[in-house]
Write a protein that binds this ligand. Structure first.
Ligand code: HEC
Ligand code: HEC
Ligand code: HEC
Ligand code: HEC
Ligand code: HEC
Ligand code: HEC
Ligand code: HEC
Ligand code: HEC
Ligand code: HEC
Ligand code: HEC
Length: 306
């Protein structure tokens, strides 16, 4: 991991610190975590000590030598930790998550003082940064095991906001996400990488072919849409048609290919043609004959039939 503090994030931090002081003097506590823990002894808070942020032997960690401990993330907590008279409000401290009053940019700046170098060049323009999503909306810090970093638990974190994706992932045919064999980061780089839809690789095909390498080609006889975009026929998040197809049977092919001069009338616009449905289109429909729909390496495979 690279830990780097950019000039930009330092400037932001300066703003944060000035902002959170709200005109009063902004101070760190003298005893650090000991002060905080005198009031915050909940199990949920203490769970921080099971994770990578509380490693005294790691000088980069908030609990490393000379670091600010709790206040490395929560900001100066002197006023917040002081005595409060009855009826008076406790001075606020930076809280994390989209249900907290602290603005998201200010929250994220705290994390970026250490993690700027981990975010990659895409973060600033990422849909999540632009959509005002906080680091803490995806990451849990007070834990020994951040659920978004674990394949079996990651999707649930994402579904909190991406409800439509969740619906698709529950369809009859999907990638094996529910079994915990894959997760969203099998295809997406969610910190952003300047690629459309945050895909892991530059094109959708490169992304799919990291796993489906046998379909990379080049084929002697290519099927044009396959080399162009797997998404022309497949719905990667899930579909009610076998093979994750975006449409069923001959309709899919007929959305591009003319129906004339061919046994291609199993379906018409009003459903199954009653008069002369072609027996050739039952079962695997067009693939009864054009079985090599992804391309063929057979010398006489130009019709994608072998
Ligand atoms: C004297 C007791 C006391 C001390 C010391 C104390 N806190 Fe708090 N803290 C509270 C109380 C009470 C609340 C509940 C917020 C409220 O109702 O004002 C709170 C709330 C918080 C919150 C939630 C903020 C939010 O927006 O919901 C965080 C985070 C927090 N404290 C962190 C810290 C940290 C870090 C320290 C040490 C620098 C610290 N506290 C020291 C009493 C304390
Ligand atoms: C004082 C520096 C510092 C700050 C501030 C900080 N981190 Fe970290 N973070 C670290 C270090 C050091 C590690 C451990 C890196 C390693 O082991 O390679 C780490 C690890 C992580 C990891 C990986 C955890 C794992 O279990 O593998 C995540 C995710 C993370 N930090 C998110 C955050 C978020 C979100 C914030 C803000 C709420 C934050 N960090 C604030 C220093 C910091
Ligand atoms: C949309 C959800 C999301 C947001 C927002 C997000 N992250 Fe992440 N982060 C992830 C996922 C998912 C991974 C794991 C990436 C992978 O598996 O390749 C990750 C990985 C990390 C890691 C590396 C952990 C490791 O051990 O490799 C760090 C550090 C981290 N994030 C910090 C941050 C910080 C700091 C922010 C805010 C500036 C942030 N993240 C915002 C989802 C998110
Ligand atoms: C790596 C950054 C980081 C460090 C270090 C850290 N916290 Fe937190 N804290 C967070 C984040 C992020 C949350 C939001 C919940 C979560 O992710 O676990 C949080 C939540 C809290 C809350 C709950 C506020 C609420 O009402 O939801 C309290 C209290 C708190 N922290 C206190 C502390 C204390 C005390 C320490 C030191 C022992 C500490 N934190 C150290 C990042 C940090
Ligand atoms: C707190 C809400 C929230 C969480 C949690 C969240 N996202 Fe997002 N996500 C957004 C917002 C907001 C956008 C941008 C607006 C939009 O396109 O809907 C977005 C956009 C995206 C995009 C499209 C990016 C683009 O360039 O068009 C992808 C892919 C994505 N999120 C994946 C994920 C994954 C994977 C996770 C879990 C690791 C996740 N999101 C967690 C809110 C969230
Ligand atoms: C098998 C690969 C794959 C997996 C796994 C995957 N996605 Fe996607 N995702 C894609 C592709 C491909 C696109 C669309 C790209 C395009 O057409 O621009 C996409 C688009 C998106 C978008 C943008 C809006 C939309 O629906 O088109 C969001 C949000 C998103 N994915 C969230 C998620 C979440 C959350 C998960 C995990 C639960 C996930 N994805 C898992 C491949 C995948
Ligand atoms: C991380 C690896 C991985 C990536 C990336 C990936 N897949 Fe898959 N894909 C799988 C696995 C695993 C299966 C399930 C295979 C099984 O059940 O036998 C699968 C199944 C499929 C199936 C259904 C196969 C069947 O027999 O029903 C299709 C279609 C598919 N993937 C298309 C895509 C497309 C399109 C993309 C790119 C958007 C993609 N895949 C990206 C791993 C991946
Ligand atoms: C012209 C439409 C079309 C395009 C484009 C397309 N496929 Fe397919 N794919 C199909 C059809 C039709 C099936 C057979 C579905 C069935 O089993 O009924 C299929 C099946 C699959 C399967 C299941 C196993 C197999 O090989 O039969 C995988 C995996 C797959 N496609 C991945 C991909 C990938 C990756 C891409 C992009 C490189 C892609 N497809 C592009 C139409 C297409
Ligand atoms: C997104 C549009 C699209 C879809 C969907 C599509 N195709 Fe194609 N197909 C093409 C294009 C473009 C060509 C190249 C035509 C050319 O070179 O004249 C082609 C070529 C072919 C050829 C070779 C024709 C030749 O002799 O050059 C066959 C066979 C074929 N497609 C069958 C299918 C089948 C079967 C399906 C359904 C699984 C299908 N296509 C779905 C666009 C599509
Ligand atoms: C009974 C077998 C059979 C079925 C079923 C079938 N085809 Fe064909 N198709 C052929 C033959 C034979 C050719 C001529 C191949 C050649 O010249 O190499 C052909 C050629 C084609 C061509 C090349 C252009 C042309 O018209 O010569 C396309 C495109 C095509 N078929 C699409 C389809 C589609 C779409 C379907 C499903 C609606 C389909 N085929 C179903 C046997 C079949």
């Amino acid at each position: 991991m690279r830990l780097a503090v950019s000039a930009a994030s330092l400037a932001l931090l300066a703003l944060v610190v000035a902002g959170s002081a709200g005109g009063q003097e902004s101070e760190y506590t003298r005893k650090g975590a000991d002060t905080c823990l005198s009031c915050h002894e909940e199990q949920t808070t203490l769970a921080l000590f099971r994770g990578k942020h509380a490693v005294p032997s790691d000088p980069r960690s908030p609990f490393g030598h000379g670091q600010l401990q709790c206040e490395a993330c929560h900001g100066p907590g002197g006023p917040h930790s002081g005595r409060v008279r009855r009826g008076q409000e406790r001075p606020p401290i930076i809280g994390f998550g989209n249900d907290k009053p602290t603005p998201v940019a200010q929250q994220n700046a705290m994390c970026l003082t250490c993690h700027d170098g981990d975010m990659g060049f895409g973060w600033q323009n990422d849909a999540h940064a632009g959509g005002e999503v906080a680091c803490a909306d995806c990451h849990v810090s007070h834990t020994g095991s951040d659920p978004v970093l674990k394949t079996s638990t990651q999707p649930e974190q994402c579904y909190e906001c991406h409800v439509q994706t969740k619906t698709r992932m529950r369809k009859a045919f999907t990638h094996p996400l529910t079994d915990g064999k894959m997760d969203c980061s099998s295809c997406h780089a969610v910190h952003g990488d300047a690629v459309d839809s945050d895909l892991l690789h530059v094109t959708i095909n490169d992304t799919c072919q990291t796993c489906h390498a046998e379909l990379r080609g080049p084929f002697l006889w290519e099927h044009a849409p396959v080399s162009e975009d797997c998404g022309l026929c497949h719905a990667p998040h899930g579909s009610n048609h076998p093979g994750l197809l975006s449409k069923r049977g001959p309709l899919l092919c007929q959305s591009c290919h003319s129906q004339s001069g061919h046994p291609s009338f199993a379906f018409e616009s009003d459903g199954l043609a009653s008069e002369m449905p072609s027996q050739y289109l039952l079962g695997q429909n067009c693939m009864n004959c054009h079985s090599q729909v992804h391309g063929s390496n057979h010398p006489s495979g130009s019709g994608l039939m072998r």
